[in-house]
Ligand binder design. Structure first.
Ligand code: B12
Ligand code: SF4
Length: 454
């Protein structure tokens, strides 16, 4: 018997006080995991339907709608990160009341890291840790065949009182990444999302302490020829987006220098523009920025994170202030300085006001000089990051349970727990005043993210 599978993910946030900003975030690009896994399962012979986050509330807002939406479905797969988990949790609670409910499977960054906690505290049947392309279809095979799921690698589930965490399976190789089917973007809502997501690599060689990506110190890239081919095959779906731009969602697109240079050669004539993330240590390597400048760059985002040497060192970025300045000089000559976007973090675990002021000053001066874009955010502690794992050492009191709370990142107590060295609200007021002063002094700063909320 073929299992009827429904895949979905909650939207980033509903009815947020910052309305516009959150709506902008939610529209950036579709959740690529949903469309990719739909293609993988279909290739595997499963019957899959998909509800995009945009349509989540219209399908799951009330018990009646939930019953209707999962009627005839054998298995509901939900993709979650830390920000969407509370809404998924509410859906799982509602599902418990159904007389016939589908099996439930959680996947994505939050399910991968807090699997044990989620399995113990929620009525979910299975959690898939890490990559889903192999373990998800395998789990479905085992369930169909009535075999013991404890033999499927990389999953977590409860059996009575016992919690079973199976050992992780092998990661996809670069060749396997290249051979993945194209995500089923034909199912993506038309005219809603700005950008089309495309993955050319997974992971990163580094391990910054705030970052919660699944594959640190592990980078796998699709060979350059196949990148151009894959992008070429995805171009027709650009018509479904509003900006007709490609978003390369890789953690570190620029990690392999010869590969990047070859990709730049192959894509220099591309008709659509590219949004991607780059590392500054890669940009200062001879030949790299020249190669990138040949690409049709719409936005190139670079995490600097900290505006003083000690901060940079402690963040684990393996980046020096000197390299940031050097990249600034090269960018100044490159013709893409206005496409560059630098991002910074305030409130790292050791930071008091003084350090935050230093970062702000550096960030404003750098982006003003280059006429680039700026993002400044307060640190959010995400499960999976080194800060999360070492939180007790920093006096950070956030718990697994805090992430169950709807819109936890707006909660003042949780913010306080994550920033024990900041005096709230006094320091916060000083910091916001200082930002306003800088914005008056540099009125031409083009800023995204936090600064927009002021
Ligand atoms: C592209 C991206 C974005 C885009 C698009 C978001 C979107 N709609 O998907 C934008 C810029 C809008 C964005 C915004 C945000 N993002 Co973001 N984003 C990413 C990034 C770089 C790539 C995601 C991606 O598509 N990867 C490729 C896909 C294939 O991988 P995947 O999603 O992990 O899916 C695989 C597995 O997890 C698993 N899987 C996933 N879902 C499911 C479901 C089932 C049922 C199963 C079985 C398996 C499964 O199988 C998939 C294939 O192997 C990741 C970094 C990363 N590497 O994950 C950060 C990341 C996911 N984002 C992160 C964050 C924090 C955010 C924001 C909260 C930031 C902010 N403060 O505004 C918002 C939240 C937006 C939201 N919830 O929709 C964090 C999440 C941390 C956490 N623990 O939750 C990450 C990990 C970045 C980081 N450095 O820590 N983001
Ligand atoms: S922040 Fe960027 S460079 Fe640092 S570990 Fe994460 S992906 Fe890698």
């Amino acid at each position: 018997m073929i299992l009827r599978v429904l895949l979905t993910a909650p939207p980033f946030a509903e009815a947020d006080p910052w309305g516009k900003i959150i709506k902008e975030q939610a529209r950036v690009c579709p959740k690529q995991a949903l469309y990719l896994l739909a293609a993988v399962l279909e290739k595997h012979g499963q019957q899959v339907t998909l509800i995009d986050p945009l349509d989540f509330e219209s399908h799951f807002r009330s018990p009646d709608l939930i019953a209707q939406s999962v009627s005839g479905i054998d298995l509901l797969g939900i993709s979650i990160d830390a920000s969407t988990w509370p809404r998924a949790r509410r859906l799982l609670i509602n599902l418990e009341d159904l007389s016939r409910r589908p099996l439930t499977v959680l996947g994505g960054p939050h399910a991968s890291v807090l699997d044990e906690y989620l399995a113990r505290t929620t009525a979910v049947d299975y959690l898939i840790r890490g990559e889903g392309e192999k373990s998800f279809p395998l789990l479905l095979d085992f369930l169909q065949a009535g075999k013991d799921p404890a033999l499927v690698p990389g999953i977590t589930f409860r059996r009575g009182e016992e919690l079973i965490q199976t050992p992780p399976g092998p990661l996809l190789t670069p060749e396997e990444l290249a051979e993945l089917p194209l995500p089923k973007f034909e199912l993506m809502p038309k005219g809603y999302y700005d950008l089309l997501p495309i993955e050319t690599s997974r992971g990163c060689f580094y391990a910054c302490i705030f970052c919660s990506i699944g594959f640190q110190r592990n980078w796998r890239g699709i060979p350059p020829g196949q990148v151009a081919d894959r992008i070429g095959r995805l171009v027709p779906y650009l018509d479904r987006t509003t900006k007709k731009c490609i978003f390369i969602v890789d953690d570190c697109f620029t990690a392999d220098h010869p590969r990047l240079i070859q990709i730049a050669d192959q894509l220099s004539g591309l008709d659509s523009r590219l949004v991607f993330m780059a590392r500054i240590t890669d940009l200062v390597v001879p030949g790299m920025l020249e190669a990138i400048a040949r690409l049709p760059v719409e936005v190139m985002e670079m995490g600097v994170e900290s505006g003083y040497e000690e901060g940079l060192q402690r963040v684990g970025k393996k980046l020096l202030l000197e390299q940031v300045k050097q990249a600034g000089q090269l960018l100044g000559k490159s013709g893409i300085r206005r496409q560059a976007r630098f991002s910074f973090i305030m409130g790292l675990p050791w930071e008091k006001k003084r350090e935050i002021f230093r970062t702000l000053e550096f960030a404003f001066k750098l982006t003003h000089r280059l006429q680039s874009r700026l993002i400044v955010n307060f640190l959010t502690v995400f499960p999976g990051s080194l800060i999360w794992r070492k939180r007790r050492d920093w006096g950070i009191q956030i718990t697994e349970q805090d992430y169950d709370q709807e819109r936890w990142w707006l909660d003042q107590d949780i913010f306080r727990k994550c920033h024990p060295l900041l005096n709230i609200p006094t320091d916060l007021e000083h910091i916001l005043t200082y930002i306003k002063v800088l914005m008056n002094y540099f009125p031409d700063i083009r800023h995204d993210g936090f600064l927009k909320w002021l």
